[in-house]
Design a binder for this molecule. Structure first.
Ligand SMILES: *Cc1c(COP(=O)(O)O)cnc(C)c1O
Length: 231
């Protein structure tokens, strides 16, 4: 299928999920995850009205930024190494993958240098998987209290990559729990922390995530087709 057809389908699914959940369509932003796909595919998505894109590797993001219109809304959704913060601070609108104090320190330093505020999400390893990055649910509060001390970092919300599942229903409990963690933390009035962004849901489970309160969904395969890592 063409990118335009895929996008029509994803858009219809998002609208239907919002309706089921009694939410407004504007409450959910679609991020087109363009990793491994060429700039031409991104341009095609732009022609279809998409402005928000997600990449998981800094080098690839950097290459694509150079070739595309500066006004796009970029999201770094993958693991960020401290020695690469200079390539993303001031370049992306949101970093979804804050998960260590060391990274927060590096981001703070770069933000001060550039005189900007860095918006971030804390990545939560919601199912406690050994293979995943992210702060464990039971450690999120302590972690956020640590990060809140950095004046140039603003924690906007939480992000998770749910387990690979046969059925999206299997992940509903994780999405529900991430939402609950955010609500609980907001009720604690932590200085410098007021969260309202929930980045959860990918091609296999974004509709379920929307039903459970996602405000950002990250869809790659459902828009651009399968990724070929061999090239
Ligand atoms: C690749 C990726 C996605 C998109 O995955 P699809 O299943 O292709 O939609 C979303 N989030 C993150 C963090 C990713 O790395």
């Amino acid at each position: 299928m063409e990118i335009s057809d895929n996008l029509r389908l994803v858009e219809a699914n998002i609208a239907a999920a919002c309706k089921r959940a009694g939410r407004k369509r504007e409450e959910v932003k679609l991020i087109a995850v363009s990793k491994t796909h060429p700039v031409e595919a991104i341009k095609e998505a732009i022609r279809c009205g998409i402005r928000s894109f997600g990449e998981n590797k800094v080098q690839e993001l950097k290459d694509k930024l150079e070739k595309l219109d500066e006004s796009l809304d970029w999201h770094l959704i993958g693991h960020l190494q401290t020695n690469k913060v200079k390539y993303v601070v001031g370049k992306v609108s949101l970093i979804h993958s804050l998960e260590s104090v060391r990274l927060a320190e590096a981001l703070e330093k770069e933000a001060v240098k550039r005189g900007v505020i860095v918006d971030v999400l804390v990545e939560v390893n919601i199912a406690g998987e050994d293979t995943k990055f992210g702060v464990l649910p039971e450690n999120v509060e302590d972690f956020i209290r640590e990060v809140a001390k950095f004046e140039h970092i603003r924690v906007k919300g939480l992000m998770t990559v749910a387990p690979i599942a046969e059925e999206s229903e299997e992940n509903r409990k994780y999405f529900k729990n991430l939402n609950k963690i955010m609500v609980d933390l907001n009720s604690k009035n932590i200085h410098n922390v007021s969260m309202n962004v929930l980045s959860m849901g990918m091609t296999g489970d974004y509709e379920t995530a929307i039903e459970e309160g996602a405000t950002l969904v990250r869809v790659g395969t459902g828009i651009f087709g399968h990724r070929d890592y061999s090239i």
